[in-house]
Design a binder for this molecule. Structure first.
Ligand code: NDP
Ligand code: OXD
Length: 292
């Protein structure tokens, strides 16, 4: 449902103390002199950055255990889909073909499959945990080095480490926030560093991916497959070549839907904390400067 409010229906903006938003109209929040916090309706805050918002108030985001579980489960499915070549079996079935050669007569075991997670925050951390528990070989790439890396995860940090990280990854999972540093990071250079036959999973933001570079890497056979949940723009335009590509799986931004009840409860709790000057849990506060 889309609700549109005309500017003359906005009422007295000096009464706005807590703004819950996703894509606020440009300039609106700047007109709220008593604003005490801005609450994103999702886990990501990228739609709120670059809007010249009042950065003296905290920017809050949603962290919902159900959403995190949904993401971890969806990525696990996408990893298994790539590992066990499920799309190729589906194509064989559609053609009525009994084909035991798809996995080359040998399953790739979990410990042999190197899954690299870009971003080890709430979402990436849950994905890494889930995969580790099932015995996958997990590595991660983050902005800041880890003082105490999670046991079992080979951690890499910073741009200079990206090439080494990518070189050891069979399935690449992007769970980065969208910031000026990460925009377009899924590009030809990075794909070139992945081993031949690697798979890419993007559940973060469409703007992380350079679509033409992905199509070229798939068409050349360098990448085996891509599973995409996010696009730029959304909805994905009907003319996009991604729709019909035999080795691309498309989801309409549904990998981890916000759970309305728990997310709203969290937002109301945040509002109560902000208005009574109690601290909001630090994990929920985004850093205006870092952009996540
Ligand atoms: P967090 O803020 O908890 O974690 C972000 C992670 O990304 C951190 O590990 C951080 O590194 C890393 N990171 C940030 N910038 C860089 C960089 N320049 N280079 C390398 N690593 C970087 O985010 P979440 O895990 O909660 O969410 C991640 C994103 O997932 C969201 O921003 C959103 O875009 C997307 N999302 C998509 C959903 C969907 O339905 N498709 C649902 C929910 C989220 P460090 O630890 O060093 O700070
Ligand atoms: C989010 C999302 O960031 O759903 O919450 O993408």
């Amino acid at each position: 449902m889309r609700v549109q409010i005309a500017p003359d229906e906005l009422g007295d903006l000096s009464k706005v103390e807590f703004a819950i938003c996703w894509n606020p109209p440009p300039g609106l929040l700047q007109q709220c002199p008593n604003l005490k916090a801005i609450q994103s309706m999702g886990a990501g805050v990228d739609s709120l950055l670059g809007l010249d918002l009042p950065t003296h108030v905290p920017l809050l985001r949603v962290i919902d255990p159900l959403m995190t579980e949904r993401m971890a489960t969806w990525v696990l499915w996408a990893v298994i889909n790539a590992q066990r070549r499920c799309d190729e079996y589906a194509a064989a079935q559609a053609a009525g073909r009994w084909d035991k050669s798809i996995e080359n007569y040998r399953n790739v075991d979990n410990a042999e499959l190197r899954v690299g997670v870009m971003g080890l925050g709430v979402m990436g951390g849950a994905v890494a945990d889930t995969l580790l528990r099932l015995g996958y070989a997990v590595s991660a790439w983050t902005r800041m080095p880890r003082a105490a890396p999670p046991p079992g995860v080979a951690c890499h940090a910073g741009r200079a480490a990206l090439r080494d990280f990518a070189a050891g990854v069979d399935v690449l999972v992007c769970l980065l926030p969208l910031t000026p540093e990460t925009q377009g990071i899924l590009n030809a250079e990075l794909f070139g560093w992945l081993p031949r036959g690697a798979a890419v999973i993007n559940a973060a933001r469409g703007k992380h991916l350079v679509e033409a570079d992905l199509l070229a890497a798939l068409d050349s056979g360098h990448l085996r497959s891509a599973t995409l949940d996010v696009f730029d723009p959304e909805p994905l335009p009907p003319a996009s070549r991604l729709w019909a590509h035999p080795r691309v799986r498309i989801f309409p931004h549904v990998s981890a839907m916000t759970n309305i009840e728990t997310a709203v409860a969290q937002m109301l709790e945040n509002r109560a904390a902000v208005l009574s000057r109690r601290p909001v849990p630090q994990q929920l506060v985004a850093d205006w400067e870092a952009g996540y």
